[in-house]
Design a protein around this ligand. Structure first.
Ligand code: SF4
Length: 473
């Protein structure tokens, strides 16, 4: 059992995040100032922060301290602990001691990938990825004026539930009756809030769940409501997550075209039908190809396709083969996710982590996918990490030319306000801070997660959002 005693600070999150990378989910015993990892090596470590900003992690036998320029205290304590655990376990992490979800934020502060390697022990390929992506993100973000809004509209229903799913989505087969009421409530919320918040909009993302799970009539009605209530300029980016190919019909594609939507996501996750069936998705790889071709022929020029690396029931080669097949289709964007585990998913954390450990090749397959994408003319344009991804890896969006998705970049940046409609959405206001170029102070306003309660309390949700956006920084 690993035990880390915190001395001179109380940064439990930082310590836990580093311990988690090496030793599984730890327990924070705050009253005794320690973090315990039952699966870790048998050792007691002291993680100390001194008044002069130095941090040393030490065992009875050895001390670990970085010899160089000091980082801010939160990063410094993680760095010395990382040095200790990396040495004790003989493991190195691809992202070194960076534990946050946005490594590109740290990369923005540096003037070369080498600085990420030296200061944070980031592996050279990941340092290069973060550096390159951070510059691309800044370029895209500059297209969204500070006062402009990004809008999220959530439909938390799906035709069935994927085994790995972590979202607040409901299986529509059990909740058919709710869908119509939900859609009506959503339209009501959009109408009420939109009449009070009068700001230009740069990007709209209709996501979920799977918005195309709505019947054609309801789907078209939702788009009518979006286009009639929100002030959508011709430059505004509007994306529809048409995630599951089994929910996409001619009628829905026509409706999107008629409303002016050009950007859609068709997400296969894997191009192996056997894996899809075992995961509980009700479509095959052939369905994906058919729907993709149908959408392309109708003139949808900006299509994103998501893949997941590290899925159970398939090996590393099969993931790379899926990437190859998507490249052949040539969508504008391909996003490579790494399987991760959140509390709500049916798949256990152990299963997610075991898959990766047993195989030990997830890292290689992700690298091989990236290499194929680069060779095919795609470049990374946004990136984020999630806790408990296999091997601490990342999710990366790749784009051809200037086709990167504005909404994704702006939302992840925490530098632009997001107004969110629908159950489970998170609105946020981002306030610039003096002396901070890339980091804003963020205030959040959550919407109730449960769809049924959302329907009942939609007016209250709308009022709450209106007040939130009236708030002065
Ligand atoms: S399609 Fe997406 S949101 Fe729906 S169940 Fe599958 S992973 Fe979850």
């Amino acid at each position: 059992m690993l035990e880390v005693i915190l001395k001179g600070h109380d940064k439990f999150y930082g310590v836990s995040d580093v311990v988690r990378m090496f030793c599984g989910v730890p327990e924070e015993v705050k009253e005794h100032g320690r973090v315990i990892a039952p699966e870790g090596p048998d050792i007691l470590l002291i993680n100390e922060l001194f008044e002069d900003g130095r941090s040393v992690t030490y065992s009875p036998e050895k001390e670990y301290e970085f010899d160089g320029e000091l980082l801010e205290p939160g990063r410094e304590i993680k760095r010395s602990l990382y040095m200790a655990l990396s040495d004790i376990t003989s493991k190195k992490m691809p992202w070194g001691c960076l534990t946050g979800i946005r490594p590109t934020l740290v990369a923005c502060e540096e003037d070369s990938p080498a600085a990420l390697e030296e200061k944070y022990f980031v592996r050279p390929d990941k340092a290069q990825l973060a550096f390159e992506t951070s510059r691309e993100e800044q370029k895209i973000l500059s297209l969204v004026p500070e006062n402009n809004l990004c809008i999220y509209i959530g439909i938390p229903f799906c035709p069935s539930r994927c085994e790995y799913c972590s979202f607040v989505s409901s299986d529509i087969s059990c909740h058919m009756d709710r869908l119509k009421n939900y859609e009506a409530a959503l339209e009501r919320e959009i109408k009420t809030v939109a009449s009070s918040i009068n700001r230009p909009i740069s990007a709209i993302y209709i996501g979920g769940g799977t918005p195309t799970v709505l019947e054609e009539k309801e789907f078209s009605s939702l788009l009518d409501s979006v286009y009639s209530n929100l002030k959508i300029s011709p430059e505004c980016e509007v994306t529809v997550e048409a995630g599951r190919p089994d929910t996409i019909t001619d009628g829905k594609l026509i409706s999107m075209r008629e409303h002016g939507i050009t950007r859609i996501c068709i997400n296969p996750q894997t191009m192996r039908s056997e894996t899809l069936a075992r995961l509980g998705r009700k479509h095959s790889a052939e369905d994906t190809v058919r729907v993709y071709r149908q959408a392309s022929e109708m003139g949808f020029g900006l299509i994103n396709m998501d893949l997941i690396a590290g899925l159970p029931y398939e090996n590393a080669e099969e993931h790379v083969e899926s990437t190859r097949r998507l490249i052949e289709l040539a969508p504008a964007n391909i996003t490579v996710h790494t399987l991760y585990k959140k509390r709500r998913a049916a798949m256990s954390r152990e299963k997610v982590m075991d898959i990766e450990m047993a195989r030990g090749r997830l890292d290689d397959s992700v690298a091989a996918s990236y290499a194929l994408l680069k060779e095919a003319g795609y470049h990374p344009y946004y990136m984020y990490r999630q806790k408990d991804t296999g091997h601490g890896l990342e999710n990366t969006g790749f784009a051809k030319g200037d086709t990167g998705n504005l909404y994704n970049v702006a939302m992840m940046s925490d530098c632009r306000d997001v107004l969110s409609f629908g159950a489970g959405g998170m609105s946020k206001r981002c306030f610039a801070q003096e002396g901070e170029q890339y980091k804003h102070r963020v205030e959040r306003c959550p919407t109730i997660k449960d769809a049924l309660t959302y329907i009942e309390r939609v007016d209250e949700m709308a009022e709450k959002k209106i007040s939130f956006f009236e708030m002065q920084g």
